[in-house]
Design a protein around this ligand. Sequence first.
Ligand code: SF4
Length: 452
Amino acid sequence: MGSALRLCGRRVPAWPPAVYLCRPPMLRITSVAPDSLGSELGLQPGTDLLTINGREVEDFLDWEFLSADEQFLLHVRQPDGEEVEYDVERPEGLPMGVAVEPPRIRRCANRCDFCFVDGLPEGLRERLYIRDDDYRLSFKYGNFATLTNLKPRDVERIIEYRLSPLYVSVHATDPIVRRWLLRNPLAPDIREQLRTFAAHGLQFHTQVVLSPGVNDGRVLQETLADLWGFGDSVLSVAVVPVGLTTFSKHHLVREPTQEECRAALAELEKWANRARSERGTTWAFGADELYLRADRPLPDAEWYEAFEQVENGIGSVRYLQQQIRKSEEDLSSWRGRRIAVLTGSSMGALMPQVLAPLRAATGAEFELLVLENSLFGASVTCAGLLPGMAFKAALKARTDFELALIPGEALNDDATFVDDMTLDHLRGQVPVVVRPSYCFADALYPLRGDEQ
Ligand code: SF4
């Protein structure tokens, strides 16, 4: 542990208090790692971070970027109300060890016909109905953002903090088509926004949610050509077919046909071949779902390079196969045992391609259980939205398995499914060991004593 880096800790009188009409900008600490610089300074859960070098600390971005300097002046309010100023010297690379409250999510300014939120049944937990569109989460977690709700201050922050790469939902570069798709007549021209950021050296991964009759065909050609024109600033573009639920606005939007998916893939492959020969990168990708609907074989793993958009369903099958092959786990304890693999119908159609290398690596017997979404309807095919009740129904009478692997994406950070069932509850209801998994090898460690 490095030496204490508080050169001085100046107590600032708390009086007179500032008068604010709403909560002044500040960020609350939620935890401080023991033996960290933060704890050495006396920071604690409940401490409010007020300013760094006189600049207000509004969210985790301010905290991470402003406190990255080797020396800075930190003004805080301790939980007892006392304000303290620290002159901090922080050797490069030493973390502060401070966790802060999550940001208040930026709400979306759009009303897309294909919005997943409109496709939710009533009665789910409130959080699921929030339409988030937050450039901060785009940078931090790779969530896609449309950038339609940026204020001038946000643009400044993106440039100042060099938030790159950003994950941007482009959908169409034609401003009129894009406004139609987003149902937002005020949506700025995405080409101008990207140009502004690109001029400062920022880069983007982009996506197009394909809505047939709106942004396919000529519009898709134009979108790809415009994005190509950004050169190295646009790192990738992925086309994902629109996905609807029983509750979606079917009178306004439909899913693409096999022919429409094939046409989109043909356009993408044209650009990908050009990108590979001119820029040495695939650049234009189709989602696995697009290949599935087109009834076309998936490209090889090397097509997807670093799998930059795998969480967007781009190259999921090849990624899983690769993870299984590269796994350094000893999988031999599963030889001859029976394992259930549960997933949604879109991945279910592709899963046999993953189970073959898995059988070879483990010697286990795998049975694929493809579940229909009992909450959203059969048209919702992705594994991440399967409710706990669907897993329970599929497993409750299955005493023939020693292990059941469920998709990790179906659980949130609190280990809870979309229908509010917890993983612990599911485990108590079925006669088989249940493990969430992202890539199989992560969940095939030997059975623990408390699981047997
Ligand atoms: S951008 Fe469209 S799809 Fe995304 S949350 Fe907003 S309305 Fe929904």
